[in-house]
Design a protein around this ligand. Sequence first.
Ligand SMILES: C[S@@+](CC[C@H](N)C(=O)[O-])C[C@H]1O[C@@H](n2cnc3c(N)ncnc32)[C@H](O)[C@@H]1O
Length: 252
Amino acid sequence: MDINYWNKVAVNYESEIFDVYATNKGAVLQKYLQKHTNKNHIAIDFGCGVGKAFSILSPGFKKVLALDISQVCIQTSTALKKANNYANVSLKRMDLSRKKLQLPACDFAVCVNVVMLPALDKNKAIIANIYKTLKPGGHAVFVVPSLESGIFATQRLIDWYGKDGTKPEEISNSDFLHIPKSKLEMVQGLIRIDMEPTKHYLHVELLSLFAEAGFQVTSIEKLEYPWTTEFQAPPSWMQEPYPWDWMIECKK
Ligand SMILES: C[S@@+](CC[C@H](N)C(=O)[O-])C[C@H]1O[C@@H](n2cnc3c(N)ncnc32)[C@H](O)[C@@H]1O
């Protein structure tokens, strides 16, 4: 998941990258972003992708800075800015895991499905950079993959096979390609998404990770998605609980 990876997937962004904004049930993420809007405040979108947050951030804040490592994402979101006349949005290509970033102090930070890199130190570095950039009293909203959800979705798959009379040990390995390859990867929460090892977090892990970074966690909520995000044609009995990401709201 380096710059080449993100530039490559960014070319076919809509089909390659999961759209949290369009898919989260009840638009819970949008409600949290909306809650923090303030026309006197500065917001930064850390890892902005193709600008899915701009429609809330641009009208909601005085200034918005959108950052991403991928030049292709920056080009696409610049086009979105121009097409929608988001005059208060400025964009910059930047590796957010680097030390000593030159960024303006902000009141609000949003970081959706970015701190999920397999290089675990980089995720911590990005969280530390966001903390440094926030003004005291400033808020941040993060979204990260859930390890509990990744395991639960696999249990549902086993249940599904079970209903057809297939025992767990009879299920083909090709259905478990997302499962961590080693004990270490398992405890590190590295479940594969589209074959890429992707950091997934436990609820309890998030509490200590954000506290250690200096944040006060004000809320951790599930962002739920339909089962079609996990399986092409899920059976009708597969309803609640739905798969989810963790959304963390925190304060400096
Ligand atoms: C899954 S996408 C999410 C994009 C956007 N936040 C959204 O929700 O639509 C992850 C984004 O993080 C960016 N990214 C990954 N590593 C990064 C890094 N080290 N510095 C800055 N951006 C990074 C990628 O280029 C990509 O646009």
